[in-house]
Design a protein around this ligand. Structure first.
Ligand code: FAD
Length: 387
């Protein structure tokens, strides 16, 4: 007899909502987390963008499910998680981005996303003050939004706990005890626990946990910097993504939004990725992103910046998450490799993992879910268009 139905390793963007959905379905869940609380890993580094605007049908449908959870959470539980339905806008100034974005619209619409190409006048309405020079238009997906990652993870934890899930903080998984092709026990620095099923939701440490069960899955962290301003009067509804590389030579795309408290929150993708786990802030981030922000929206020159930080994207070689049953181990499941979208994918991934564990079937259609399969070829060179 096992102590628990499911042990989840990691109380992050994926682990905490999965604990909630499993507990809601009556499962006896134990979550083991190295840090002092839920969402204290890379979850809290996220700027809280929650969009179903992707180019891959699996991500689109997972994130549509997440948006459903986030947008109805307050009604369901009574808890505010900072949900703001402002949409996502990708303004376009070059034919290159226009061709890419228009090219993926049919895939996005087929997968159920509400999105359209809009003319420059509409972009200027949804992004007040945007630089009009050379603006060709853009895409706008009005049902996307933003959520506070810390408020959400705390609430998933509280609600899961009410349903009987147990959380052990400040405790680190150090080994998996194997019995042939099954995990017999989970060893930590404080004890040993048994469960019928073990779920790896360990974010940037996922590869090390996989290795404990003899499974090889490449999740390689790289680090990204972000910042937040003091609050200003609400004026910006959508999160805005500028896909152009910067003239600085340092940046690929950059993105920003105004959160539910009025703060402008922003981030860029460096043109050369910082591989590894170094989370020290750099001196170049703020001057580089300030120039990009002010060039795109000149009124940003008045912002006061409050805080900067750096966190990790748990990356896979093809930029797509790994969700499903681990190959070769009977009772081991994976919700890992979330790349730069783990917060927005969390609840949708959680619902699919809960359904897979309980019913043997994901919520998504099998052919769509297969795009996230741990058994796919990781080095096919496939790259998503939208990061
Ligand atoms: C600057 C920045 C901005 C971002 N913005 C967004 C955004 O707007 N929207 C979005 O969707 N995503 C965003 N992301 C990405 C997002 O933060 C990650 O994809 C997501 O948090 C990963 O979720 P996870 O559950 O896999 O990992 P985590 O949230 O890190 O959770 C994994 C947990 O496992 C625990 N753990 C690891 N090893 C062990 C062990 N051996 N024993 C016990 N516990 C263990 C860790 O402590 C951690 O808490 C951003 C990331 C960065 C850095």
């Amino acid at each position: 007899m096992s102590d628990h139905d499911v042990i989840i390793i990691g109380a992050g963007s994926v682990g905490s909502p999965t604990a909630f959905f499993l507990a809601e379905a009556g499962k006896k869940v134990l979550v083991i987390e190295s840090l002092k609380g839920a969402g204290q890993g890379q979850n809290k580094a996220a700027i809280g963008g929650t969009r179903a605007t992707h180019s891959d049908p699996a991500k689109i449908q997972i994130c549509l499910a997440s948006l459903d959870v986030f947008s109805n959470w307050k009604e369901k539980t009574g808890t505010d998680i900072g949900w703001k339905k402002g949409g996502y806008c990708f303004p376009v100034y070059r034919e290159n981005e226009q061709t890419i974005l228009k090219g993926i619209l049919p895939i996005q619409k087929r997968a159920g996303l509400t999105i359209d190409w809009v003319e420059p006048e509409r972009v200027k309405e949804v992004v007040p003050g945007i630089n009009p020079e050379g603006l060709l238009g853009g895409t706008y997906s009005p049902h996307d939004g933003q959520v506070s990652p810390l408020m959400a993870s705390e609430s998933f934890y509280v609600e899961a706990k009410k349903l009987g899930a147990e959380f052990k903080y400040n405790e680190t998984v150090t080994g998996l005890v194997m019995d042939g092709n099954s995990i017999k026990a989970v060893k930590t620095d404080k004890g040993e626990y048994t469960a019928d099923i073990v779920l790896n939701a360990a974010g940037g440490k996922a590869t090390a946990i996989c290795k404990m069960a003899g499974v090889e899955i490449p999740v390689i962290p790289d680090s990204h910097e972000a910042g937040i301003s003091a609050p200003v009067e609400p004026f910006l509804d959508p999160l805005v993504v500028d896909l152009r590389p910067g003239p600085d030579g340092k940046t690929a795309n950059f993105y920003f939004g105004q959160n539910h408290e009025g703060q402008i929150i922003f981030c860029y993708t460096p043109s050369e990725l910082f591989k590894g786990e170094n989370r020290m802030c750099t001196s170049e981030f703020m001057p580089v992103i300030a120039r990009r922000l002010v060039t795109l929206i000149p009124r940003f020159k008045n912002l006061t910046i409050r805080r900067l930080w750096r966190g990790l994207y748990p990356m896979t070689p093809d930029g797509v998450a790994v969700v499903g049953k681990a190959p070769g181990v009977d009772n081991f499941y994976l919700g890992i490799g979330m790349c730069g979208q783990g917060f927005m994918m969390g609840p949708g991934v959680a619902q699919n993992l809960a359904s897979l564990i309980i019913n043997g079937k994901p919520v998504l259609d099998d052919d769509v879910f297969a795009l996230l399969s741990p058994e796919r070829g990781f080095y096919s060179g496939k790259k998503e268009a939208l990061k």
